[in-house]
Design a protein around this ligand. Structure first.
Ligand code: ADP
Ligand code: MG
Length: 599
């Protein structure tokens, strides 16, 4: 994997980072754009030469050289000019063909590598859809800016420069006239683009309101059906749609007026040019061919200036979007490996919290001065009301969050100083709501250990009591399970997660309400397999069905971030306290949802 930790966070260096390996191609690309920018000027000049030649030949008919001979070279020049122009465009296409997919792939790949290194908190704060959208925006915008816009802007700039020089050479009056027009046109375009920004922004926000509305309604389709609200939703959508229509009209109206002024200014410029031509012709200062040269050049370049201004606008827009995406994606990593971080080495599996202080961003302290030691191979049950800090406790061991003070040690090694990859490689985690990839079940289970053979996968799946239901699916292990595993029930997904952990077989095991979605019979069956899996491993088990914790070596009772009780089931049951309250509240070892459903 490429090291993406060093990616620049501002647009220009970011783009350069990806273009640098293809410097030679980029130089070639720019050169082609420059040459293609000369097309119009050469075309108009050749036209001038041809007309002048015809003019002088007919006015001096005694000329002995035939017209065909006189026009031979300018005509060849005409053909060559067209072909060079064609070739330049094809060369630019070829360079694109060669490097565009590479650059785009690199951008997406390196951005992905970076973004996936963000912390747990980062993904809780940001919506996944928005993040992946940003990756696409970044890649597409840069692709467009580099290959499309730059080509037009370079070409436009070359044309404009060449036009100025030519006009000056024919007569400085043309130069000044064109310059005044170009400056006024530039100022007008700038003013209009500033003005249109707020209109475009407004339009964009109404557009995203419409798509937000669509997403919200479609993802709530069940509600719409249950309450028969199709008509209501349709008229609800109509409201946002009419806002979008108004915003579009407002923006478009402004643009039509502005374009009309631009068009008139161009006509006026051409009229002045024509007047100058006639005037200078009367004084014998310009030839007939100069009419063709000046008028074609000014018409053509007038359009190009117009077009280039729009491209600059688009480029600004693209840069704005890229900057926004860069800011969202390339925020500094919240949790990083220390320099020279070592690999975690597990010898026994002892876990220690030493004076740990922890609070979530912008909230009050959850753990204060928390110290506790979990001995190697110990099986520990974690219980407590919802929100008491059980999940946070195990997430801290996984270093999903950095603690504010103190140490968490595994076999004497501070988890903040070992690599995150090695830390998590040694911990098997079965979360409450494990989501699955939209890949086959075989691939999903093999996620526990990518190198596992098919037999090993099936063996683990059998032990997790998932084999039978998988076999009954039409495509068995090759079944796709829908986005996030939507086509499986919660209990089925949990069994897949258990199978994964069995394959991973890490020395430390964490179960965060891992069997909460199972029915009692299945849970009982799996319990046997889990007990087997826990053998010889340090295990932390969060459960709201207290009966599943009867065989734990030790139970920790959490209350508002504090461990208020610590002992075996029998010890804790023997004295008054929270554990006894929780136990007594159970019906058949299961606490009512209202009291302890936690996540
Ligand atoms: N990502 C988070 N950001 C802010 N507060 C959080 C976050 N996750 C959990 N909390 C808060 O921390 C407390 C402990 O939560 P948690 O560890 O999930 O409890 P439990 O697993 O025991 O139900 C709760 O008050 C919860 O609201
Ligand atoms: Mg929890």
């Amino acid at each position: 994997m490429k090291n993406s930790a060093t990616l620049p966070r501002t647009i220009a260096p970011f783009v350069w980072h990806f273009l640098k390996p293809y410097k030679i191609y980029m130089i070639g690309f720019v050169a082609c754009a420059v040459v293609s920018g000369l097309f119009t000027i050469i075309f108009s000049t050749l036209l001038k030469i041809i007309i002048d030649t015809i003019d002088t030949t007919t006015s001096a008919s005694q000329h002995s050289i035939p017209l065909l001979q006189l026009l031979f070279w300018p005509s060849i020049g005409f053909i060559i000019n067209f072909e060079i122009h064609n070739t330049m465009w094809r060369l630019m296409n070829c360079i694109n063909y060669k490097i565009q997919p590479l650059i785009k792939n690199n951008i997406i790949q390196e951005t992905f590598n970076y973004v996936t290194r963000h912390s747990h908190q980062f993904f809780q704060d940001q919506m996944a859809g928005k993040l992946s959208n940003n990756v696409t925006i970044l890649a597409n915008s840069i692709e467009r800016a580099v290959h499309d816009l730059s080509r037009h802007i370079i070409r436009g700039a070359v044309m404009v420069c060449a036009t100025f020089i030519t006009l000056y050479l024919v007569h400085p009056d043309f130069f000044w006239c064109f310059l005044i027009w170009a400056v006024l046109f530039g100022i007008g375009s700038f003013w209009a683009s500033q003005k249109s920004i707020s209109l475009v922004d407004h339009l964009a926000s109404t557009e995203s309101a419409v798509s937000g509305n669509l997403v919200d309604s479609i993802s709530n389709i069940q509600n719409i059906r249950y309450f028969s609200m199709f008509n209501f939703e349709s008229s609800y959508l109509l409201k946002t749609l009419s806002l979008m229509r108004l915003a579009f009209r407002k923006k478009e109206k402004f643009m039509i007026i502005y374009w009309s002024f631009q068009g008139i200014s161009q006509t006026a410029m051409l009229a002045v040019m024509a007047y100058l031509l006639i005037n200078l012709r009367q004084k014998g200062l310009v030839s007939a061919g100069d009419f063709a040269l000046i008028l074609t050049l000014c018409t053509e370049v007038g359009f190009i200036v117009w077009w280039t201004m729009e491209q600059i606008d688009n480029l600004n827009d693209t840069i704005g979007k890229c900057n926004q995406s860069l800011r969202a994606l390339f925020a500094p990593l919240e949790i990083t490996d220390t320099q020279n971080a070592n690999e975690l080495i597990i010898t026994h599996g002892k876990i220690q919290f030493k004076d740990v202080f922890f609070h979530y961003k912008n909230t009050k302290a959850l753990f204060e001065n928390q110290s506790i030691t979990i001995e190697p191979g110990q099986k520990v049950g974690l219980v407590g009301y919802s929100g008491s800090g059980k999940s946070t406790f195990v997430n801290l061991i996984l270093r999903l969050y950095d603690i504010n003070n103190g140490y968490i040690l595994i076999d004497g090694q501070d988890i903040a100083t070992v690599t995150q990859d090695s830390l998590r490689a040694h911990i098997g985690m079965i979360p409450q709501d494990s989501s699955l990839f939209h890949r086959t079940l075989m691939e999903n289970i093999r996620y526990g250990r990518v190198g596992a053979t098919e037999d090993e996968v099936i063996d683990a799946t059998k032990r997790a009591h998932a084999h039978d239901f998988i076999e009954q699916l039409p495509e068995g292990y090759a079944s796709l399970v829908g986005e996030r595993g939507i086509k499986l029930s919660g209990g089925q997904r949990q069994r897949i997660a258990i199978a994964r952990a069995m394959l991973k077989n890490a020395p430390i095991l964490i179960l965060d309400e891992a069997t909460s979605a199972l029915d009692s019979v299945t849970e009982h069956l799996i319990q046997v397999a889990i007990t087997e899996l826990m053998r010889g491993k340090t295990s932390l088990v969060i459960a709201h069905r207290l009966s599943t914790l009867l065989h734990m070596d030790r139970i920790l009772v959490f209350d508002q971030g504090k461990i208020v009780q610590d002992g075996t089931h029998d010890e804790l049951l023997g004295k008054p306290g929270m554990y006894k309250t929780l136990w007594d509240a159970q019906v058949g070892g299961f606490l009512g949802d209202g009291e302890t459903v936690s996540n």
